[in-house]
Design a protein around this ligand. Sequence first.
Ligand code: ZN
Ligand code: ZN
Length: 101
Amino acid sequence: MGLLLALECRRCDYAATITEGYGFSGLVYEAMSCRDCRELVAVPIDAKGPAELDESARGRCPRCGGTHLVSLRVAHGGGLGGERCPWCDGPLSVQRGGIWD
Ligand SMILES: [Zn+2]
Ligand SMILES: [Zn+2]
């Protein structure tokens, strides 16, 4: 199970919907901000059960393959830890969507 997160910048029009947690594929994703391509992305960090995570994909941005990632820690801390829009540095709002599985 995981969370659907709708992140939106109040200053510019940047918005992203990402998933965090444990997906049906068996991969565990964490919401992160990529400093390389300036996107908010779900990064595969682990695998459970029979699933296997390609080591070359672990901890890498799925869009650009970059490794300059900063965790948003949305699900764990109960709120964004002061995370900022990757484009304009404005404050991000977060809405939790339904559980995905
Ligand atoms: Zn922005
Ligand atoms: Zn990236």
